[in-house]
Design a protein around this ligand. Structure first.
Ligand code: COD
Ligand code: ATP
Length: 183
């Protein structure tokens, strides 16, 4: 089943390398968030915006107001490019903040990937080198998962293997493709 995945985290990283964004971020956050080559220090910015300091919330709002419009543009472009490819069954937009940002409007259907809290925490500690605190603060900065789940059209259980989750995803994509072929 040919699908294209558009990754919002990747688009976010790309935006942080663009000159216009870097100028706006330097003006907003200062030189200390850049290394000697002029690249943004992502871990440092992450610590600020997902931190417990009183200024963290404002910093996150400032960061998002700078980067989200441009990320949205890139996502739209990537989705359009994927749709133009021959033989594509679906385009999957992978975005943690899909509902918060309104990027949901680029989609026909919203799929929630369901994983118990302890498993989620263990996976990112193991694979992303996050601490339990980093995991908690990222999630606390998103809509509550129960809300995300309620606002979604489909739920996929990813508590076990990637293969099992992929199998469910294939079924969801087939169902959507079938109903859009009918309409
Ligand atoms: C703060 C930044 C510099 C931290 O970079 P870092 O490499 O540590 O994280 P990365 O970008 O890989 O994101 C990893 C995860 O953090 C969470 N996260 C990232 N940004 C946000 C956000 N604005 N709100 C809530 N959670 C977020 C998501 O679960 C995401 O999948 C970076 O995340 C960023 O620029 N965020 C703003 C853009 C954005 O919203 N990106 C997420 C698109 S889904
Ligand atoms: N079924 C699975 N078995 C083992 N590890 C998994 C499984 N599914 C995902 N992971 C791992 O869990 C971590 C988080 O998964 P993933 O990046 O897909 O989540 P995400 O919801 O997109 O997170 P974020 O929104 O923060 O990017 C990754 O390191 C990934 O490799």
């Amino acid at each position: 089943m040919p699908v294209v995945v558009v990754d919002a985290d990747k688009a976010g990283h790309q935006v942080l390398t663009e000159q216009t964004t870097k100028q706006a971020l330097r003006a907003c956050f200062g030189d200390e968030f850049f290394d000697e080559q002029g690249n943004i220090n992502r871990p440092m910015l992450g610590r600020l915006v997902f931190g417990t300091d009183p200024e963290s919330k404002t910093a996150k709002t400032d960061l998002e107001s700078i980067v989200h419009p441009r990320i949205g543009e890139i996502l739209r472009e990537q989705i359009a490019a994927a749709q133009a490819k021959p033989g594509i069954t679906a385009v999957i937009l992978d975005a943690a903040v899909l509902l918060e940002t309104g990027w949901k409007d680029f989609c026909d259907t919203v799929v929630f990937i369901d994983v118990p809290e302890e498993t989620r925490r263990n996976r990112v500690i193991l694979n992303r080198n996050w601490t339990a605190e980093e995991f908690a603060s990222r999630e606390a900065n998103q809509l509550p998962l129960e809300t995300k789940k309620q606002l979604s059209d489909h739920v996929i259980d990813n508590s076990t293997t990637v293969e099992f989750a992929a199998q469910q995803l294939r079924q969801v994509v087939a169902k959507i493709a079938e109903s859009s072929a009918k309409s």
